[in-house]
Design a protein around this ligand. Structure first.
Ligand SMILES: *Cc1c(COP(=O)(O)O)cnc(C)c1O
Length: 368
């Protein structure tokens, strides 16, 4: 069965091979007589699924040994509260606002600490990342928060900020929800990374937190126990019942990622090459087109989420209906920004982007 190409921003497409395997194991996981949803999270069957998923993820993302990997719940939005509850010590926290998601994080943090706006791209309608020379970092911040891929605005950091070089000793916190596992991460610059799984790793319900060990144990006293990173880490992410089925499916995605190859490299390195090829194909077409436009500065365009607008917005509905008829799904832009958006995460093959570009071309020609 060939399925349509799904450009959803999240929950997003999952590789066919993963869904086929999950379906085949639905009633009986590897001769255990149980489906994964029906297993005790502390039983040996699920423990083996969990341990393999964690080890595979550590290998894929090259997470150093002095970082803990936590499998939590609540999504990126809950982390907007959980991070300050654990790391702010009710002090000052620096935020760089580059789009809808970092702005949400900045606003939520005000309930727990004193958020300080280091720089904002709001007056450019989130089409750029303010250069480090424009940042006003605090002297005493508990941490600095950036969203390294703005899913709605289509803005991505192609290198992480080097806070030490900018004169700050604060740990860097990154929201990598929508581009995790699409490129390598320089962990030497990172204190904590968080992200929901439903963009690029698997089903909704699982939230990934990767935290430098020295940052554990600083939570405020009213931090809920289930969200206290130290308690979660000390209990191997089983302080409460973890989202077992989401962990299992994400684990299958990790195996799929490890098996992907491109020019002699595999895993995230292969995904990175593919993401460059896929996004270049789409941006190159948009940039030469008379009908469509992407408004983000070239230096910070996302390889994962590509928003674009029809210069004649009255054609939006016809565009979406025609796309659906061609098997190109969920291209409508986020309601806060309008227009269109193609999310091309790891599960989107190059052929899907080629099919999209062919449609963009045909639609433009017939409308001319
Ligand atoms: C989707 C997303 C979130 C929110 O995730 P939820 O699971 O809905 O809480 C946060 N940050 C970024 C960058 C996202 O893409």
């Amino acid at each position: 069965m060939t399925r349509p190409y799904n450009f959803s921003a999240g929950p997003a497409a999952i590789p066919d091979a993963v869904l086929i395997q999950a379906a085949s194991e639905m009633l009986d996981w590897q001769g255990s007589g149980m489906g994964v949803m029906e297993m005790s999270h502390r039983g040996k069957e699920f423990m083996s699924i969990y341990e393999e998923a964690e080890a595979d993820l550590r290998e894929l993302l090259a997470v150093p040994v002095n970082f803990k990997i936590l499998f939590m719940q609540g999504g990126g939005i809950a982390e907007n509260a959980i991070v300050p509850l654990n790391l702010s010590q009710e002090g000052t926290v620096d935020f760089v606002v580059t789009g809808n998601w970092s702005q949400k994080s900045f606003k939520e943090a005000a309930q727990f600490c004193s958020p300080h706006l280091v720089a904002s791209a709001q007056n450019s309608k989130f089409t750029r990342i303010p250069p480090a020379a424009e940042w006003h970092l605090s002297d005493n911040a508990s941490y600095v928060h950036v969203c390294t891929n703005e899913t709605i605005d289509g803005v991505e950091y192609h290198t992480l900020p080097d806070l030490k070089a900018l004169g700050s000793n604060a740990p860097l916190v990154i929201d990598f929800s929508s581009h995790v596992a699409s490129r390598s991460i320089d962990w030497s610059k990172v204190g904590l990374a968080f992200g929901g799984a439903q963009k690029n790793l698997g089903p909704a319900g699982l939230t990934l937190v990767v935290i430098r060990e020295e940052l554990l144990g600083k939570a405020m006293k009213h931090c809920p126990s289930a969200f206290n990173y130290k308690l979660v880490a000390d209990n191997g992410s089983m302080y409460n019942t973890p989202p077992t089925y989401s962990i299992y499916v994400a684990g299958l995605v990790f195996k799929w990622l490890k098996a992907q190859t491109e020019n002699g490299v595999s895993g995230v390195a292969a995904m990175s090459q593919r993401s460059i090829a896929k996004s270049n194909l789409l941006y190159d077409y948009l940039d030469q087109s008379q009908l469509y436009e992407n408004r983000v500065e070239k230096s910070c365009r996302s390889r994962m989420n590509i928003p674009f607008y029809l210069r004649d917005e009255s054609r939006n509905d016809a565009f979406l209906a025609g796309a659906k008829a061609r098997g190109l799904l969920q291209l409508k832009g986020h309601k806060s920004v309008g227009g269109m958006r193609a999310s091309i995460y790891n599960a989107m093959p190059l052929e899907g982007v080629q099919a999209l570009v062919a449609y963009l071309k045909d639609f433009e020609t017939t409308q001319a």
